[in-house]
Design a protein around this ligand. Structure first.
Ligand SMILES: Cc1cc2nc3c(=O)[nH]c(=O)nc-3n(C[C@H](O)[C@H](O)[C@H](O)COP(=O)(O)O)c2cc1C
Length: 139
């Protein structure tokens, strides 16, 4: 079964570029071999991520990420999906402050609410932004 998970976390570790580079090294090791596809939206204080893949592979990777001491998980919402939203994107990175063009003004305001009951809306904001930045992600 295919599933997608949306989660919000606060990183403990700075500086940002090094954390993002570290995440990307892990992505290179795991996402292609495990068939995981994802996008990560961030600004200095929070990271919002959407990750999709086969149930067992997703569970394994979420277990590893959840145990990562570099960040605190605020909430996560996981649900079955019929098809992948981003089948060609192992990982996309969007800095919401430096790359506002990929996110509508209203959507940016909504992100600042970041509550679990907004997970569906946040998922669609992330997917829309990923498709805008990486046009081939959904091919
Ligand atoms: C906010 C955050 C998001 C992460 N997202 C991913 C991810 O999507 N995929 C991944 O493989 N590792 C991700 N990581 C890194 C993992 O927590 C972990 O360090 C890494 O997967 C371990 O890989 P290794 O066993 O090959 O060293 C993330 C880490 C943080 C702090």
């Amino acid at each position: 079964m295919l599933e997608g998970v949306v989660y919000l976390s606060y990183p403990h570790v700075m500086p940002w570029p090094m954390l993002i580079l570290d995440i990307n090294r892990a992505v290179e090791r795991h996402h292609l071999t495990q068939g995981l596809t994802s996008v990560l939206l961030f600004r200095s204080v929070w990271i919002l991520q959407y990750l999709e893949g086969e149930t067992s592979r997703l569970s394994e990777r979420i277990g590893v990420i959840s145990a990562d001491p570099r960040r605190r998980l605020l909430w996560s919402q996981r649900q079955p999906i019929a098809v992948r939203a981003l089948p060609r994107l192992a990982m996309g990175y969007i800095d919401v402050i430096r790359e506002p063009a990929f996110i509508g003004d209203n959507d940016l305001n909504e992100i600042s609410g970041w509550r679990e009951d907004q997970a569906d809306r946040l998922r669609s904001i992330m997917i829309t932004a990923a498709k805008a930045k990486y046009p081939r992600a959904a091919e």
